[in-house]
Ligand binder design. Structure first.
Ligand code: ATP
Ligand code: MG
Length: 879
């Protein structure tokens, strides 16, 4: 029997409906971004997002569930394009039982699906089991009818799923023999060989034991099934193609890449690897961005950046010298939108993010390549074959070079990279970041265990500002013994609280926890992983201990101010979208008392005109006085209402929806005013850039606005009173003053000119006749170089036969100006020579043109002497 070459989209649907027919609830893929799970950067299996169901922390919507889960496995990045079966992005089909059916059904159904539904040749299928799982062996041989010699037994590392202590169990995999042509040809090549002939298609995990952490295994009362089958691998088998890059939907993406780059697929291994890396990485990036990841230098953002930059680098290897990945996004969307319908809505956004990152990278590469070249030359000059880890770290840290890019470039030069040194520097950087986090009082990081169960603190703060509560734990420094005394800083945990813990950008409430005369002041509230609220603060007087009943009361004025800012943030987000466009999405926010900061995706500065519009829309929404209504509902209901669920997909959970009239609907856990009018005054205060493609707007509300208005008002009144007028007449008054000032300046200037002219006339009167030229010297009091020049010009204009030296003294310093009229010059007297003469006499120097020249002197006592010699000097020169 042979199968039909089903397409990827068909196979997905066949799997999900098959398991629906076996009583499973079909759930949509969870987001690639893990929710409430700090142990994982990105979802890497169908089971990962269902951990709370397996652990029994959350009741699953049904005890049989099936999914097709988007997965990212960065650990496989080195394999991409080199093996036939690995992608960093792939989809995992899975059926799950939470304490419902077990081995018999799981094995039987996996066989039924592969052989009956898909129609794979059972002579090509080989199950593997855990070495001593005879139960599975019997099921495969007796119930399914697979001959015993076709079943492989593997050891713990391959076929036993375990993760520290807790639930664990044996696995049973199903391999498909793709035929000799894919084999490595080595003797002993059979199921389990690392080559691509026998390909693992499906893994069934039977979690049946509990490991107490010391290697003691006990049978679980409720056994679970967790299975995973790579959708693309299944397609490889059905379509009988070389690799998962050759299945229908993926090939179409590669085809687009070959069209753009002009490279041809299937000609050389090196080119094929580049084409496959590009195809894989742009698929992964498209899905990650759609789930709200943005390129950055840490965590998920760094994974995305690394994928995009690696793809861009392979583009460069294929000769691309311009951004092109962003064009391929469209094909990724086309190939996947029939199932992942949300991709289309986010298309222009995803394209933009990719394009901006490509452009940034091009700039980085240009800047960093030169540095890399210098480093390389230095290494080579020293005859070193190992590139230093410190240089690689510098390229990473300062120039944004992903380490694998540096490794590849170093290897292209026939060198190796000191990865250990690089890793050490990275670790040191991480420790620094962790220390910073610890300083924030995160108990888990600090390794402090309060010894409490997992019941979350009951939050009553949506409708109450005070409540009575029981003290569950007290922590002072690292001491969790249970009391806190006056003067100490510490943490209180209560069974219920009106204090909002810092979350979703909203700052924590402040306030007091009281018991009789004892008073603890709360300065910060953080929620830990188990949902316990940690009240950080200082015991001002008295003491509090575990089991005490206390009264917790928040600072109501501060809370109100926070609520005003938070509600204003929702109004602002909506206004931004209506003025700038639908691509605007929240990229971060900070809500403080009457102050807010909102980061959003947008690709150019917001103009003054747009700012004015946005301001007006928000102010208008405040004046409209929309009622603010909050409700809890399922995510689907929320989406129907148009809530902006884009980046916070948590399926199966209830969400809190905040409506402001018909104006805005958003998913939000924060606290809000009950009517938008209570936001009071609102004002945008600044706009700027935080990262490429992300802008930041800041605004103030309520009392902050009033304070600012008051300050402005005061300024205005003060200015008006200084000018002896009313604020309304201030600008007229200022204008009048400015006009008057200008007139006065004018008058002064012309007075000065007149005065100078009068002086000049007096000087001329005292001139001597030397061979028919008018020679004069004068020391002008209270003058500067400018005034001398002005007077000199006048003298020359008045009399062409003038030869004059003007001097002025400022402290120890003499400034000289000599001028000669046309006639004087014609007769051989030059200002330049004249000034040199007097300057030299006074121990200085000077020079210039024949008609006008300047200089300086230092010896004031010689001044009169110097001037007295001018007549003789002229007499000696004149012709
Ligand atoms: P392999 O040894 O081939 O890397 P694995 O043991 O890592 O596989 P599992 O962790 O058991 O695989 O994942 C379950 C299934 O998911 C596999 O049987 C396979 O079909 C698929 N799968 C795993 N990793 C990848 C990948 N990188 N790309 C595509 N499919 C994968
Ligand atoms: Mg693997």
């Amino acid at each position: 029997m042979s199968t039909k070459p089903y397409g990827v989209n068909e196979l997905r649907e066949m799997f999900l409906s098959f398991f629906e027919s076996k009583g499973h609830l079909r759930l949509p893929s969870f987001s690639l971004v893990p929710q409430n799970d700090a142990s994982l950067l990105l979802i890497n299996s169908g089971m990962a997002p269902m951990k709370p169901y397996f652990k029994g922390e959350v009741e699953p919507p049904r005890h049989r569930v099936c999914t097709c889960q988007k997965c990212i496995r960065t650990g496989d990045i080195e394999n991409i394009g080199k093996t036939a079966r690995h992608g960093t992005y792939f989809e995992m089909l899975g059926n799950f039982s939470f304490g419902d059916y077990f081995k018999h059904e799981a094995i039987a159904w996996s066989w039924e699906f592969l052989t009956k539904v898909v129609g794979l040749d059972k002579d090509r299928l080989y199950p593997s089991i855990y070495e001593n799982d005879d139960e599975a062996f019997d099921i495969w041989t007796k119930e399914v009818g697979v001959p015993a010699d076709r079943i492989f037994r593997f050891g713990k590392e391959d076929n036993f799923w375990e993760h520290g202590s807790g639930p664990c169990g044996p696995c049973s995999e199903i391999y498909y023999d793709r035929g000799e042509k894919y084999g490595c040809g080595k003797p002993g090549c059979t199921v389990g060989c690392e080559c691509d002939r026998y390909m693992e298609v499906w893994n069934n995990v039977f979690s049946q034991f509990d490991n107490d952490g010391n290697g003691n295994y006990t049978e679980l009362a409720h056994k679970n099934i967790d299975t995973g089958m790579g959708l693309e691998r299944l397609a490889v088998v059905c379509q009988d193609v070389d690799s998962l890059f050759d299945v229908d939907t993926v090939m179409n993406i590669t085809n687009h890449v070959t069209r753009i780059t002009g490279a041809s697929y299937g000609q050389s291994t090196k080119t094929d690897v580049s084409l496959r890396v590009i195809t894989d990485h742009i698929r992964a990036s498209t899905f990650m961005i759609a789930d709200g990841v943005l390129p950055s230098n840490e965590g998920r953002g760094y994974v995305l950046r690394r994928l995009l930059r690696r793809a861009a680098r392979h583009g460069k290897l294929l000769g691309m010298d311009r951004p092109f990945l962003f064009e391929v996004v469209e094909t990724v969307i086309q190939e996947n939108e029939s199932h992942y319908t949300y991709l289309r809505e986010r298309a222009s956004y995803i394209t933009k993010v990719v394009k901006v990152e490509e452009e940034n990278f091009a700039r980085t590469i240009d800047g960093g390549m030169k540095i890399f070249g210098d480093m390389l030359a230095e290494h080579k000059a020293k005859n070193e074959t190992q590139f230093s880890g410190a240089d690689a770290f510098k390229l990473y840290d300062t120039y944004g070079f992903p380490i694998d890019l540096t490794i590849e470039m170093v290897e292209d030069e026939g060198m190796t990279l000191d990865q250990a040194a690089f890793t050490k520097l990275m670790e040191e950087q991480k420790v620094r970041a962790r220390e910073a986090r610890k300083a924030l009082g995160d108990l888990a990081w600090a390794g402090i265990d309060l010894g409490l169960d997992n019941t979350p603190t009951t939050f009553v703060g949506y409708d109450q500002t005070t409540c009575d509560a029981k003290v569950l734990a007290v922590c002072v420094g690292e001491d969790v013994s249970g009391t806190i005394a006056g003067g100490e800083d510490g943490i209180l945990v209560l069974d219920r609280t009106p204090f909002y813990a810092e979350m979703g950008g909203q700052m924590a409430d402040h306030g007091v926890i009281l018991m009789g005369d004892s008073r603890f002041e709360v300065k910060d509230v953080q929620k830990d992983k188990g949902g316990k609220y940690l009240h950080h603060g200082t015991m001002i007087r008295g003491s509090i201990k575990v089991d005490d009943v206390v009264c917790a009361a928040i600072d109501v004025e501060r809370r109100k101010a926070i609520m005003r800012a938070h509600s204003a943030t929702h109004l602002l987000q909506k206004a931004l979208q209506s003025v700038l466009g639908d691509h605007v999405h929240q990229a971060g926010s900070l809500v403080e008392p009457d102050r807010l900061r909102f980061d959003f995706t947008h690709y150019s500065a917001v103009t003054a005109e747009e700012m004015a519009k946005i301001n007006a829309i928000v102010q208008n929404a405040v004046l409209e006085g929309y009622d603010v209504v909050t409700r809890e509902m399922s995510i689907d209901e929320a989406k129907k209402m148009g809530a902006m669920a884009l980046f916070s997909e948590k399926y199966g959970d209830t969400v809190r929806v905040v409506n402001m009239g018909d104006y805005s609907v958003e998913l939000c856990g924060g606290t809000h005013v009950d009517n938008t009018a209570k936001v009071g005054p609102f004002e945008l205060t600044s706009e700027g850039s935080v990262a490429s493609g992300v802008r930041r707007i800041e605004a103030i509300t309520g009392k902050e606005c009033l304070k600012k208005m008051e300050r402005n008002q005061e300024c205005l009144f003060q200015a008006a009173s200084m000018l002896k007028t009313k604020p309304a007449d201030l600008s007229d008054r200022i204008q009048a003053q400015l006009d008057e000032l200008r007139e006065l300046r004018h008058a002064i200037e012309s007075y000065k000119a007149k005065e100078a002219a009068g002086e000049v006339d007096r000087f001329l009167f005292g001139a001597h006749n030397v061979s028919g030229l008018k020679v004069m010297t004068v020391t002008v009091p209270n003058a500067d170089a400018n005034k001398l020049r002005q007077m000199g010009d006048m003298l020359r204009d008045k009399d062409p036969s003038i030869a004059a030296v003007l001097a002025t003294v400022n402290g120890e310093k003499i400034t000289f100006l000599a001028v000669c009229g046309k006639e004087a010059i014609a007769r051989g007297v030059k200002a330049g020579e004249l000034v040199k003469q007097v300057c030299t006499c006074c121990g200085g120097s000077g020079g210039g043109k024949p008609d006008s020249a300047m200089g300086g002197g230092k010896d004031v006592l010689k001044l009169d002497d110097a001037l007295a010699k001018v007549d003789d000097f002229v007499a000696g020169k004149v012709k």
